[in-house]
Design a protein around this ligand. Structure first.
Ligand code: ATP
Ligand code: MG
Length: 370
C-alpha cells in the first residue's frame, strides 16, 4: 500500500509553554494526579565505560547506539545527543524533562533508564537494550496485524499511557517507531523527548504529523487527550497498515486531521471501528479517555472484553503473536541499518552554552543519591 509511510521523525516548534497564561481547561481531571515518584537510584557511568557499536536508530539531535558496558558485559542502548544541536533547536527543556521523567518512572511496558552522563560534546541517556526492533518495522514487514495481535499490543500501550497519565505525564509522541519489542514479544514504549507533566494544558506544537491531535494543530491548548488520539491512530494503523490521515506533506496531513473524515477499510470489525471513532473524536469533551470515567471507557469497551488487564500487566500472555528472532546478546538484526561512517557534526559550545548543561550534573547527583 503506497500510503504506508516510511519511518517518521518527530517535530517540535520552540517551546512556548512557559510564556502562555494558563486558561482553565473545560475537562476536569477524573482523578487527581498522583505525585511523581522520587528519582530512582542510577548507575554512575562515564563514556569510557562502554564500547559503542551499531546505530539502532536516528533521532532529531543524535543517534541511539548499541553499547556494551565493559565491566559487566551487559548491552545497553545509548541515546547520544549532540549538545550543540540541542541548543540550536532550542530543545534543552525537553531533554531535561526527558531525563527527569525517565529517572522516576517504572513500568513493564516502558523502557528503563539505568543512568546518563555527559561529555564535552554529547549528552547520553543509557537505557536497557530492547532487542526485538521497532513495532514500526514489524508492521511494515507484515503489512498489517491480525485483530488479536492489535488487541494484545494496544492493551500494553494503553496500560503504559494509563500509568503516565496517573501521574499527570503526557507522552505526546505515541507511534509505532517509538514502541519496541522485547525478546519475549512484549512491548516497551521509548522516547520521552516530548513527555511532559501537564497539570492543565500546554501549547507546544510537537509530535509526529500523522499522529498529532487536532487541538495541537489549532493551538488551543492540549493535555492528556493527545495520547488517546494518538492511541486511536495507532490502533487504526496496526489494523490497516497505514494511518487514517496521510498526505505528501505535513500541511496536507493537518488539513485532513482537521476535517476529521476517516475511511475505514472494509475488513475492520464493527467494535474496533466504533472504539476508534470514539478515540478520533475532535471534540475532546466527547473523546474516549477524556471523559468522566477516564481510561476506563476504553478498558471496559466491548472490544477489550476478552482482555484480562492484570494478566497483561503481569506479562502473562500465553500465546505471543510474534517472538522476535534474537541470536545472542547484542544482536542488532531486528533493527534497520544506518550508515555509521557519516559522523554527526558537533560544534564546540561557548562558555555560556556549556553552563546550560550544568543542570544535568545537578540532576545526576540526585540520581546517585549524593
Ligand atoms: N532502549 C532501546 N533499545 C533499542 N533501540 C532503541 C532504544 N531506544 C531507542 N531505540 C531506537 O532508536 C530510535 C530513536 O530513539 P528515540 O525515539 O528515543 O530518539 P529521538 O531522537 O527522540 O527520535 P525522534 O525524535 O525521531 O522520534 C527508536 O525509534 C528505536 O529504533
Ligand atoms: Mg523517536
Amino acid at each position: 500500500m503506497s500510503a504506508a509511510p516510511t519511518r517518521r521523525s518527530s517535530t517540535s516548534k520552540n517551546d512556548v509553554d512557559d510564556t502562555m497564561e494558563s486558561i482553565p481547561s473545560p475537562i476536569k481531571p477524573t482523578q487527581d494526579a498522583l505525585p511523581l515518584p522520587l528519582p530512582k537510584e542510577l548507575a554512575k557511568y562515564k563514556h569510557k565505560d562502554f564500547e559503542i557499536s551499531t546505530t539502532l536508530g536516528t533521532g532529531t539531535f543524535g543517534r541511539v547506539k548499541l553499547a556494551q558496558h565493559l565491566q559487566t558485559g551487559i548491552f545497553y542502548a545509548i541515546k547520544i545527543m549532540i549538545k550543540s544541536e540541542i541548543i540550536r533547536l532550542n530543545q534543552l527543556s525537553h531533554v531535561q524533562s526527558e531525563i527527569d521523567v525517565l529517572m522516576r518512572i517504572e513500568h513493564p511496558f516502558i523502557v528503563k533508564m539505568t543512568g546518563f552522563y555527559q561529555t564535552s560534546d554529547n549528552l547520553c541517556i543509557v537505557t536497557e537494550y530492547v532487542e526485538g526492533g521497532e513495532l514500526f518495522s514489524l508492521l511494515r514487514e507484515q503489512t498489517r496485524f491480525p485483530i488479536e495481535t492489535v488487541r494484545l499490543y494496544s492493551s500494553q500501550v494503553l496500560l503504559a499511557i494509563e500509568y503516565l497519565h496517573s501521574m499527570g505525564l503526557v507522552h505526546r509522541d505515541i507511534k509505532p517507531e517509538n514502541i519496541l519489542l522485547t525478546r519475549s514479544g512484549y512491548l516497551k514504549l521509548v522516547d520521552f523527548g516530548f513527555c511532559k507533566l501537564v497539570e492543565d494544558r500546554t501549547w507546544t506544537l510537537c509530535g509526529t504529523p500523522e499522529y498529532i491531535a487536532p487541538e495541537v494543530i489549532t493551538g488551543k491548548g492540549h493535555g492528556r487527550g493527545v495520547d488517546y488520539w494518538a492511541f486511536g491512530i495507532l490502533d487504526f494503523e496496526m489494523l490497516a497498515g497505514y494511518p487514517p490521515f496521510f498526505a505528501k506533506d505535513p500541511f496536507g496531513i493537518y488539513d485532513k486531521i482537521l476535517k476529521g473524515d476517516v475511511t475505514f477499510p472494509r475488513h475492520f470489525d464493527a467494535k474496533i471501528k466504533n472504539l476508534i471513532e470514539n478515540l478520533l473524536q475532535s471534540d475532546i469533551t466527547r473523546r474516549f479517555g477524556c471523559m468522566k470515567n477516564g481510561v476506563m471507557d476504553i478498558k471496559m469497551d466491548t472490544w477489550y472484553s476478552t482482555i484480562n488487564w492484570d494478566a497483561i500487566y503481569n506479562l502473562r500472555i500465553d500465546n505471543q503473536p510474534y517472538s522476535p528472532k534474537v541470536e545472542g546478546e547484542g544482536d542488532t538484526s531486528n533493527f534497520d541499518s544506518y550508515a555509521d561512517e557519516i559522523e554527526d557534526v558537533t560544534v564546540p559550545l561557548n562558555d555560556e552554552d556549556s553552563k546550560l548543561f550544568q543542570v544535568f550534573y545537578e540532576m545526576m547527583k540526585v540520581g546517585l543519591g549524593e
